[in-house]
Design a protein around this ligand. Structure first.
Ligand code: T4K
Length: 406
């Protein structure tokens, strides 16, 4: 039984910051990685040891890539040592130049991959409700220097793919999707990896499907695969020729084995998350000052994250105060994605990083809180988290005073 499910639910309903017992006697993390059945993983390890082949396009990596391409409904899927390297290679493979329009409301890796390719990130504001790039604002930022749009399906919520594709066609731009959060999502009847020129996935341990560390590139057009493979492996063509500035982006056989052993359990993970997400939705409904990301229509969501947005006036506590008060309950929440990438010292000097140009991104980053959600989280733990959020709302003035004194 996972630790979170074992975690005893204590009796007191007085918030811990007001002197009550914490809701949990051990931390409930924002996420926990799923582990595969040991026999399945051990059998793959035995296969690796027998072959004495640990990396460099091994049999397990190839098997995982084939299985992923089929499961994700894409023409190709190639694994990487992490999602960041996959994104670096994606941008390099497309021979981009000049400026890449992107969102500031994302994990730092998205924007770093642009900068590592000696391209200039141009920050664009997000839609206030979906938290994704606003295509109307993107259109205003396109110049002759723009070569691509790097959009993020943030928290697994699909971007406005049709509007972005239209901009790409009209201006001759590449569309790259950071789909790090979007494993298994389908939108308008199509797998998420079929949109854009190429999409990246992250298989970090915090993701619903993972290889401890890992990532992938996937897309609808397999003609790019040879170039991606070249760049993933130092640019080595063969023993007599190296061309292009590649990196070492390979996934090891050990990591691939973890992924292959977990793949059969993804449906169970998705189903469990959907149930818990519905439970959160019902339990939190009607609490003044709480709302959530607007889900894209016609979408099979993967519930990669459980997101609430806190209106400090109506809820009575700010996002940061709720984060701190839940922390005292042993409920570990995250302020994804605060601070914005545009606030990073490396980027804040860019004209597009001016906060006045990014009002929605700043508003969202100040209010969003990510609650614990993962397949093995116990339903009664979700109930207790909801109950604590209600209790903190009910006692908000006293909670605020207690936090200020602490
Ligand atoms: N693009 C986007 C939009 C991304 O979100 C990411 C990564 C990337 C690109 C880059 O992909 P990678 O190169 O990472 O493959 C985590 C992850 O490190 C990062 O992969 C992820 N996004 C980001 C959203 O979250 P942190 O700093 O929040 O992780 P950390 O260590 O605080 O872990 C969060 C919680 O997970 C912990 O409270 C406990 C739990 N945990 C974590 C690990 C590592 C476990 O239970 N077991 C574990 O092994 O960044």
């Amino acid at each position: 039984m996972p630790a979170s499910a074992r975690s005893s639910v204590l009796a007191s309903s007085t918030p811990a910051v007001l002197g009550g017992a914490p809701a949990f006697d051990e931390p409930i993390y924002v996420t926990r990685p799923r582990v595969p059945p040991a026999p399945r993983f051990n059998a793959l390890l035995a296969q690796i040891f027998e072959a004495r082949w640990f990396t460099n396009n091994g049999a397990i990596v190839r098997e995982l890539e084939a299985a992923l391409a089929e499961r994700l409904g894409v023409a190709f899927c190639r694994t990487f040592c992490n999602g960041t390297a996959a994104l670096q290679v994606a941008l390099r493979a497309l021979d981009l130049h000049g400026e890449v329009i992107t969102t500031p409301f994302t994990f730092p890796a998205t924007v770093h991959a642009i900068e590592w390719n000696a391209l200039t990130p141009v920050f664009c504001d997000i839609d206030r409700n979906t938290y994704n790039l606003d295509p109307a604002r993107v259109a205003e930022l396109i110049t002759p220097r723009t070569s691509a749009i790097l959009a993020v399906h943030v928290f697994g919520n699909p971007c406005e793919v049709d509007a972005l594709a239209a901009l790409g066609r009209a201006h001759g731009l590449r569309i790259v999707y950071d789909a790090a959060h979007a494993f298994g999502v389908r939108h308008r009847g199509r797998p998420i990896g079929q949109f854009g020129d190429v999409s990246i996935l992250s298989f970090h341990a915090t993701k619903l499907f993972h290889t401890a560390e890992g990532g992938a590139l996937m897309g609808p057009d397999a003609s790019k695969v040879a170039r991606l493979e070249l760049l993933r492996n130092f640019g080595i063509v063969n023993q007599d020729e190296v061309c292009g500035v590649g990196l070492n982006g390979k996934l090891s056989e050990l990591h691939a084995a973890l992924g292959l052993a977990l793949l059969d359990d993804v449906d169970a993970e998705l189903a469990a998350r959907a149930k818990l997400a519905a439970r959160y939705g019902e339990g939190l409904a009607g609490i003044a000052g709480l709302s959530s990301q607007q889900p894209a229509p016609e979408t099979e969501h993967n519930h990669a994250y459980s997101i609430i947005e806190v209106d400090p006036e109506a809820f009575g506590l700010s996002r940061d105060e709720l984060h701190a008060a839940l922390g005292a309950e042993q409920i570990v929440t995250r302020k994804y994605f605060h601070p914005l990438c545009s606030q990073n010292v490396a980027y804040r000097g860019l004209p597009s990083a001016d906060p006045q140009r990014l009002p929605n991104a700043h508003a969202v980053a100040a209010r969003v809180l990510c609650l614990p959600l993962y397949g093995e989280l116990a339903a009664d733990a979700v109930d207790r988290i909801i109950e604590r959020i209600r209790a903190l709302h009910a006692a908000a003035p006293r909670v605020r005073a207690a936090l200020q004194q602490a």
